[in-house]
Design a protein around this ligand. Sequence first.
Ligand SMILES: [Mn+2]
Length: 417
Amino acid sequence: MSVETGSRYRVHPALRSMPIDASRVEISAPFGTKRLRFAREIGARLERLSIEPSFARETLVKAVGTVIFEALVKYHFVLPEDASPALIGGLCVPTAQPAGQPLSVFDIETLCAGDAVLLHAPIQTTANSSVSVAAGGQRVRSQLAQSLRHPLGGDGQGVVIDLDFGAILHTKNLRLFDLGDVSFRPSMDSAQDVGERLRYVCRRIVESGGRPIVLGGDHAQAFYSIDALADRYPHLGVLQFDAHPDLYAMGAPCDAELNHANVMHWIRRMKHVASIWQVGVRDFFHQPTLNLRCEADTKIQSLSAFEAETQGYGRLLAQMDRSLPWFISFDVDALSHADFPQTTTPVLGGLSFYRLLACFEQLLSTFDIVGMEFVEIGDADHGAHDAAAVAARLVSRYLFHLGGAGPHGSFVYTPAP
Ligand SMILES: [Mn+2]
């Protein structure tokens, strides 16, 4: 991870220092995943600096040396003065059952271009339903982990086979890494804190050439995940699958607050977002007009669920700008069978699985898809056909495409004599 370029720093306010023996101390931070050991004298110098509101880079380098300085900054024991307070709560917490290989947030810089990086962001901006969507993304991870795992466990040899597409992916080409869950401290953190951590981590992933796969959380997370792509992709397309356009406006003070129903207003105003396609939108509703302006936004185009299901995805695939990199923001309520409590705002109708899968094949083979997210997944298990299973299936196709999977042929794996 690149060291911050800011010139003034402060010590993490909750940094802990524990003596290990007569000559060494170990430092750690709550919710951090890293511990470092130093000579006691270094620990004492750090402690003296911790009472300063901020200090110059040179002061710290002089006190601890360049190598230790860089380690302290890399692992967030020392923060840039202007770092978001969200960083203090840690970034990602490793998960017990990762999909793919576990990756520490501090090792993102070791990624290769095209590596897929999974993480779950427990963002929830509105809780007006008995079912939570905060942790639903973990179900997508479990589904994926279950399908990708070697049946005998461990690091046994194997290949991944996709029967729908007659394809085979060698596990050495399965470059999927799991950062775990974005840190969330109940009763301490807001959705914005989690969002800022998500933005920070996503920015690092794309800087390193990785492809983020973000599992939500509600759709407000798109504000952070898509904003994070701005430097790496100054002209970006956003392909939103959703029953709702998420462009709701009431002409009331609530319009000023980011939530899962209005997030696309924020995204359409982002400079780097050059085009937005909304796919699967449907239903009818009463739109207030008082205190609101009706304007044309040429960035936004849509393919309704009715068109997708009755005429196919042809117009979308023909009209999406092929010169742009695209990020897929997938709200599972786009799906025809996503009903309560698999998602919290289900809508009659929707996209059917195999037509959608075929559309994904076209997207993955003819467009540069730089990452994707799946949001609004209810935190309840509904088995093999639920929204989380569909999301995991779509992610599996992304992995096969990124890994350059080949044809399976008519081989049968048979017990060796
Ligand atoms: Mn949505």
